[in-house]
Design a protein around this ligand. Structure first.
Ligand code: F6P
Length: 340
């Protein structure tokens, strides 16, 4: 077989480990791999390079994606689907491994429906793919924001301030949850709960009375109600660009106005998407990449390699894409155990 591999959507640590596993597992079984560049754009516009084990030997250590990425939807414009077909035929690609989040996997499902052999590997630092227990990228990105919160703690304590850290996560609060729990925040705001200003201010005041400072984690996706100038621009898949909302700085303004406590904010943004993957993400990505090839070797297509209770299994695209995984009641209950 000639297997094509691509990485689409926002980059995250672990993508290179997954690509490496695809290449090695394919080579182990006598198959070749071609890497498409910049996600679906590479398939549409025929941008690719051959990948041998020697090309990816150290990739398990590296952040980002050596193949490049984009948020290109290959079925967005009339004529694009034909270009995709032409590339795959010209290059003699027998099967594709698409590594990405909902959007990338949604395009992969479309291609599978058109009769191509395609399997998926879920990735996202947001951890919001419902079919899998965890996605790689999440552990690495959350570890970075926990580190940031620890640093902010020093300044908050030294200056007796409240400090707000805004973290990524789109419309799911997993990264905020992990940062708040793992970094010992006094209060954490997630999109899964309605914004309650009184509750926020009460906990910030209590933290400052008790220990002289307060740390608040805010997920970029929290809904703070209508505000001027926040009608967001959208990407190619129709997602609002949440950075335009400035949730963290706005919460900091509200804390200072409501409590009189000097408050600062920091937005971690893309800093938390870069850097080497954690061990957990290296292993998870490696297992998923290898499983994707195994699915193809078993003659399976239209499936995504996911983690279920410790085992990597294949599930149909429809199941993998059915819903976004949100932070549930049990997690929220645990989180609020530690409210100041
Ligand atoms: O989906 C991953 C993610 O990092 C989100 O957490 C964030 O909202 C978005 O991507 C940012 O996208 P971009 O890199 O296109 O600005």
């Amino acid at each position: 077989m000639k297997i094509g591999v691509l990485t689409g959507g926002g980059d995250c640590p672990g993508l290179n480990a997954a690509v490496r596993a695809v290449v090695y597992r394919a080579a182990q079984n006598g198959h070749g791999v071609v890497g498409f560049l910049d996600g679906w754009r590479g398939v549409r516009d025929d941008l690719a390079r051959p990948l041998a084990p020697a090309d990816v030997a150290d990739a398990v250590l590296r952040g980002g994606t050596m193949l490049g990425s984009s948020r290109t939807n290959p079925f967005a414009k009339p004529g694009d689907a034909e270009k995709v077909d032409a590339t795959l035929d010209r290059r003699g690609i027998d099967a594709l491994v698409a590594i990405g989040g909902d959007d990338t996997l949604g395009a992969a499902r479309e291609l599978a429906k058109r009769g191509r052999k395609v399997v998926g590997v879920p990735k996202t630092m947001d951890n919001d793919v419902a079919a899998t227990d965890w996605t790689f990228g999440f552990d690495s990105a959350s570890s970075v924001s926990v580190d940031a919160l620890e640093r902010l703690r020093d300044t908050a304590a030294s200056h007796h301030r409240a400090i707000v850290l805004e973290v990524m996560g789109r419309h799911a609060g997993w990264v905020a949850l992990a940062t708040g729990l793992g970094g010992g925040a006094d209060f954490t705001l997630l999109p899964e709960e309605p914004y309650d200003e009184e509750r926020l201010l009460t906990h910030v005041r209590a933290a400052v009375v008790r220990k002289g400072f307060a740390l608040v984690v805010v997920s970029e996706g929290v809904d703070l109600g209508p505000r001027k100038g926040t009608a967001g621009a959208k990407d190619e898949f129709g997602h609002e660009l949440l950075r335009e909302r400035e949730a963290g700085p706005e919460v900091a303004r509200r804390i200072e106005a409501g409590t009189g406590i000097e408050t600062r904010s920091a937005v971690i943004g893309h800093i938390q998407r870069g850097g080497a993957p954690t061990l957990f993400d290296r292993i998870l990505a490696t297992r998923m990449g290898a499983k994707a090839v195994d699915l193809l070797l078993e003659g399976r297509s239209g499936e995504v390699a996911v983690l279920r209770g410790g085992t990597i299994v294949g599930v149909p695209f429809d199941e993998a894409l059915r819903e976004n995984k949100k932070v549930g009641a049990e997690w929220l209950d645990l989180l609020h155990t530690f409210d100041a």
